[in-house]
Write a protein that binds this ligand. Structure first.
Ligand SMILES: Cc1cc2nc3c(=O)[nH]c(=O)nc-3n(C[C@H](O)[C@H](O)[C@H](O)COP(=O)(O)OP(=O)(O)OC[C@H]3O[C@@H](n4cnc5c(N)ncnc54)[C@H](O)[C@@H]3O)c2cc1C
Length: 530
């Protein structure tokens, strides 16, 4: 069963190595935490549902609480501390487009607001119900999750939008096809959620972001049914897919999506390299991106992230041996870990990794033992479970991400890290702050920063720590000229910065477009724009 106040399935626990716990104690101090409330305790305080009865709507407080929040740090603090705030008045799990229509009509008749819910993996406050007079109906899309049509000749697959990553790939596998969309939240997040948040997967260098693979589909909006036809390409005016991409549940419920799929590669391999320091490493990655070398992934960790990954993954004895060997090759404390992925025929993969290895050696790099790449591959989805075990030890993790032109990548990363460190210091806390480049482009890169800090004895104090941290790093992103989100979206947490990023005319245009589909603002109000 899925955890109600943490990540993933309750049967799966991923523990840090003993040395990693010591590493965190040394860097941050001893972690402690208040007792978490139980689901029963949280349910006991739930208000009665204000929704009129409907055969598709469940009003059990446990179900409502399970759909009340996503996976952001404030969401965890609220759920674990028991200050959940508003919860949906009911949760429906429709099985067809007709049922979605019926639910929208029912919500409209009751004056209710409606929140589309995919996998509930949002990390920016997309799913938090707005407190107020209007009842809230959350529509869980997990019941509309089938492969409805596959046009193998055109490589177009039509899915119910509630399908989660593993089921989607399993449906394509027998046909030798893949969508190739692998966010770290792959296990739980859904196709509809990916489209609604403009998600990006780990192998986007090969398969593209979701906006590259989303070809068309159906949206049930309060105003009616919106069909987006599928073409290989079109010059027929503005592309209306763009209205749906990033709509964050404000436009309507995406019920069906047609996606461009690819032939699954015969071979896929990951390889890890150490580079001597950031400037050389960033330069090498940029060169590979601009040469359009054909890699499926490049993920470059800065020195602190590299040291943290080594401390988390390798025993102290092995780490000493590795450190000695690397230092002999000029790879000291400033070394950066680069993981690359290649996919294609066996020969293409070997050839490409050979060429990339040669370029990285010229940049002063050295290939890491194969175990590093294997460990990264093994942990690429499982490491999300570490959030649970670190919380148990009294440590919170939060992340932010942006994208910047190459000219601003390094300065932006440094500015974000400095802002985070200063914000935590102002709260009297040491932070473990590190970054990596997760998605690279010829013109720039995403910068993904992680902050680990202690949970306070009082959940309100932890939330305050987070608020100050978030305000500081968001300001640093804006000051660096970065977008407020490269892949997580806007939700409630980035709404203020969106206003600056889009400008008054841009926000007015978004608002006007949403009103065409949802004239009474019943869809997920409070998310994306105020
Ligand atoms: C551990 C972890 C790792 C993550 N890694 C990545 C990553 O690598 N890349 C990445 O891009 N993101 C990542 N995320 C963020 C998150 O997984 C994405 O934003 C994801 O796309 C959300 O999908 P979901 O199905 O869970 O949507 P939800 O969280 O359920 O919803 C998100 C938003 O989309 C709307 N929505 C959902 N389904 C529909 C629908 N059918 N119709 C209309 N609107 C809908 C909701 O109303 C809401 O506004 C990560 C999150 C976590 C917790």
């Amino acid at each position: 069963m899925r955890r109600w106040n943490g990540w993933g399935d309750e049967s799966i626990t991923v523990e840090p190595k003993p040395a990693a716990a010591a590493f965190l104690r040394e860097r941050l101090g001893e972690g402690g935490r208040p007792r978490d409330v139980t689901l029963d305790e949280a349910a006991a305080g739930a208000p009665a549902s204000r929704l009129a009865e409907h055969p598709l709507i469940a009003v059990d407080p446990r179900v409502r609480i399970r759909h009340a929040r996503g996976q952001s740090l404030p969401d965890w603090i609220a759920l674990r501390g028991g200050s959940i705030g508003a919860i949906p008045d009911g949760v429906a799990c429709p099985k067809s487009q007709e049922e979605v229509r019926a639910l929208i009509d029912h919500a409209a008749a009751c004056g209710a607001r409606l929140i589309p819910y995919g996998g509930g993996t949002s990390v920016v406050g997309h799913l938090t119900p707005t407190s107020g007079e209007a009842p809230i109906l959350t529509v869980d899309m997990s019941g509309i999750a089938a492969l409805e049509r596959l046009d193998q000749r055109s490589q177009l697959a039509t899915f119910g939008a509630g399908i989660a990553g593993p089921a989607l790939e399993a449906a394509l596998r027998p046909f030798g096809l893949t969508l190739g969309h692998f966010p770290q939240s792959f296990e739980l997040s859904t196709l509809g959620g990916w489209i609604a948040t403009r998600s990006s997967g780990q192998l986007s260098l090969r398969y593209g972001r979701i906006e590259d693979t989303f070809a068309g589909g159906t949206v049930e909006a309060p105003r009616g049914t919106f069909e987006i036809p599928v073409f290989p390409a079109s010059a027929a005016g503005p592309d209306l897919r763009e209205l749906v991409l990033g709509s964050e549940g404000r436009l309507g419920v995406i019920t069906r999506a047609v996606v461009r799929v690819s032939r699954a590669p015969a071979a896929q391999r990951f390889a890890a390299f150490f580079l001597p320091e950031w400037a050389a490493a960033e330069g090498a990655v940029r060169e590979l991106a601009q040469a359009r070398a054909g890699l499926a992934m490049m993920r470059l960790s800065n020195p602190v992230e590299t040291a943290t990954q080594l401390a988390l993954a390798v025993s102290p004895r092995l780490l000493r041996l590795l450190d000695g060997a690397l230092r002999l090759r000029g790879l000291g404390a400033e070394r950066c870990l680069l993981v690359v992925g290649a996919a294609g025929s066996g020969r293409q993969v070997m050839g490409l990794l050979g060429e990339v290895g040669a370029l990285l050696r010229r940049a002063g790099g050295a290939r890491a033992p194969g175990a590093f790449a294997r460990a990264w591959e093994h942990g690429r989805f499982r490491n999300a479970y570490l959030r649970n075990s670190l919380w148990e030890r009294g440590y919170a993790i939060d992340t932010v991400e942006t994208a910047l032109p190459w000219a601003g990548v390094r300065a932006g990363m440094q500015r974000i890290e400095a802002a985070a460190t200063a914000a935590l210091a102002a709260a009297g806390e040491r932070g473990l702050v590190f970054s990596h480049l997760s998605h690279v482009y010829p013109t720039g890169s995403s910068v993904y920063s992680t902050f680990v800090f202690r949970i306070a004895a009082d959940p309100a104090a932890t939330l305050e720590r987070w608020r100050r941290l978030k305000a500081a790093v968001s300001a640093a992103i804006v000051a660096s000229g970065g977008t407020i989100s490269h892949q997580h979206g806007v939700g409630r947490d980035h709404r203020a910065e969106l206003v600056g990023e889009k400008g008054p005319l841009g926000i007015a245009a978004i608002d006007a477009a949403l009103k065409v589909f949802d004239p009474d603002t019943m869809m997920n109000p409070g998310t994306l724009i105020g």
